[in-house]
Unconditional design. Structure first.
Length: 162
């Protein structure tokens, strides 16, 4: 978590510029485990040695809906491109639809972040448009893809009745 929230090299060119100090990460972990009513961060751990290689997150997409927004990060750059983010995001999608009263999940990423868009598409998310100038990265606002997945789409993918 310290690497994904505070190391510009790990954050790369796509995550927003807002970072946390290592001390703030430690304190937030002690206080809440990065989980509360509004948001929950879950760790992605390596199956062989248990090391943390990234995280997935979900949070309220808007105060007036049950919709959730999700995201993912692989902090261990050497683990990228192996389908691990797709697997973790897919597990998060299943967890949310199976355990939360939500009808819609959304996610967004820089229009230049092709790998992250592919993760979303593997999970069944559909492209809904472009949000202009929505995230501040490296001193400028960037456009982001907006994707969403409805419960009915997820049920159809799983072969379950609506």
């Amino acid at each position: 978590l310290k690497r994904t929230t505070g190391d510009p090299q790990v954050r790369g060119p796509f995550l927003g510029s807002r970072m946390m100090t290592p001390h703030a990460v430690e304190q937030r972990w002690k206080d809440s485990g990065f989980a509360n009513e509004d948001a929950e961060r879950l760790l992605i751990c390596h199956l062989l040695d248990g090391s943390v290689i990234g995280d997935v997150v979900h949070f309220a997409a808007a105060r007036y809906t049950t919709a959730r927004e999700i995201g993912w990060t692989l902090a261990d750059v050497s683990m990228r491109g192996q389908g691990l983010a797709s697997e973790a995001a897919s597990l998060l999608v299943d967890y949310l639809f199976e355990n939360w009263p939500v009808n819609r999940l959304s996610c967004g990423m820089s229009v230049h972040n092709h790998a992250s868009r592919r993760v979303a598409e593997k999970c069944g998310f559909k492209h809904e448009g472009i949000q202009r100038g929505v995230v501040f990265v490296a001193g400028q606002y960037v456009d982001c893809h907006a994707l969403a997945l409805l419960r009915s789409d997820w049920l159809a993918m799983k072969g379950r009745p609506a």
